[in-house]
Design a protein around this ligand. Structure first.
Ligand SMILES: Nc1ncnc2c1ncn2[C@@H]1O[C@H](COP(=O)(O)OP(=O)(O)OP(=O)(O)O)[C@@H](O)[C@H]1O
Ligand SMILES: [Mg+2]
Length: 336
């Protein structure tokens, strides 16, 4: 599978997350889940957001979708610019109209998000009628078309099925069908294949790749699996403890990772036989958002850390064309 990386620099930015800060709780219990994230997504590109468990990937993506429960979450600062406007400032009804119509999401566990009491066809039609004001007949035809697009077109049976009558792979295809049925410009896929076995995983990834080109969507692809990201991404951003620590084109990041965290992640990429393994090879773990270390949050696990790293948080700086990394020790010899 090849991502067919094209000159993404020239593409139009459709979504721009700027300085996003999200926390949970207050006072001593305040958990700083997202701490100043900047991220942009261009039309037609697949931008992967990679990081270990607990790093803030889902908080970021649900915030973009307007599905973050506020409270308990608090959006402390930042903006999410979609087509030139800050969606965080949209009134709730406009937010609802945007969700699914303009910005759609595919989740890790389709079973949780599909309505068990509604037939698949009805769920797709509901989405179409809500957003596109279609008649019942139009919506039914479109629902059938969209199921064909996601590889479920062989019979009308799927339209009449309840989610529990479908296999895991089929459910995931149905969720993708619901996500893309209104032709959104942005698709957020939060670990969409982790719950599937390897063969199904590849099929769903292929489908996402095809749809990206066919529908010219920007896809924010969230994953902890660098082998998958290497196969499909145009650009990669690496997140650690609620901050982006490195960003750049897929090729640049994989060939010449600059941040020690990215370097260690890549060194731990499992070979093809072990695809899908969780990133647990680096010793230690992402600090808890309630108890972040001072300075660079990665310093307790970093072999290059020096005194400054323990006190001051490094900012993202340019490390090449369209590449940034946040580390004081970028030029230090790599001794591990
Ligand atoms: N409702 C909540 N209340 C308190 N803390 C929360 C809540 N939701 C998330 N967090 C904290 O925010 C941080 C980021 O969580 P998030 O779910 O975004 O991680 P993630 O990168 O998606 O991890 P995973 O790979 O396991 O899905 C974690 O420290 C988590 O404990
Ligand atoms: Mg998550």
């Amino acid at each position: 599978m090849s991502s067919g990386t094209m000159g993404t620099e020239s593409m139009e930015t459709i979504l721009k997350i700027e300085n996003l800060h999200v926390s949970f709780g207050a006072g001593e219990n305040r958990a700083r889940a997202v701490r100043g994230i900047d991220l942009d997504l261009r039309r037609g590109e697949l931008h992967a957001l990679v990081g270990e468990s607990g790093s803030g990937k889902t908080v970021t993506s649900t915030c973009v979708m307007g599905l973050l429960p506020v409270p308990p979450a608090v959006i402390e600062a930042g903006s999410i610019i979609y087509k030139g406007e800050d969606i965080l400032k949209y009134p709730e009804d406009r937010r609802r109209r945007t969700r699914g119509r303009e910005i759609a999401m595919v989740f890790q566990e389709p079973g949780k998000y599909l309505n068990p009491a509604l037939r698949v066809g009805e769920q797709i039609m509901e989405m179409l009628r809500l957003h596109l004001d279609m008649s019942a007949a139009e919506a039914e035809n479109r629902a059938f078309e969209i199921l064909e697009t996601v590889g479920l077109g062989s019979s009308r049976r799927v339209l009449k099925s309840f989610p529990h009558e479908l296999s895991g792979g089929m459910k995931q295809r149905v969720m993708i069908a619901i996500a893309i049925c209104c032709d959104p410009s942005v698709l957020i896929a939060d670990e969409p294949t982790t719950a599937l076995d390897v063969t199904l995983q590849l099929q769903i990834l292929k489908l996402i790749m095809q749809l990206r080109h066919k529908l010219d969507m920007g896809i924010l692809f969230i994953s902890h699996d660098l082998a998958v990201v290497h196969d499909i991404a145009d650009r990669v951003s690496v997140i650690y403890a609620g901050r982006i620590v490195e960003t750049g084109s897929r090729d640049a990041v994989f060939k010449d990772p600059r941040h020690p965290y990215t370097r260690m992640l890549l060194a731990s990429v499992p070979d093809a036989a072990k695809r899908g393994t969780r990133l647990t090879v680096i010793s230690g773990r992402v600090p808890d958002a309630q108890h972040l270390p001072p300075g660079c949050a990665f310093h307790p696990r970093c072999p290059l850390a020096e005194e400054k790293c323990k006190q001051t948080q490094p900012e993202m700086t340019d490390v090449g064309s369209e590449r940034k990394a946040a580390c004081f020790c970028l030029d230090k010899e790599w001794g591990v």
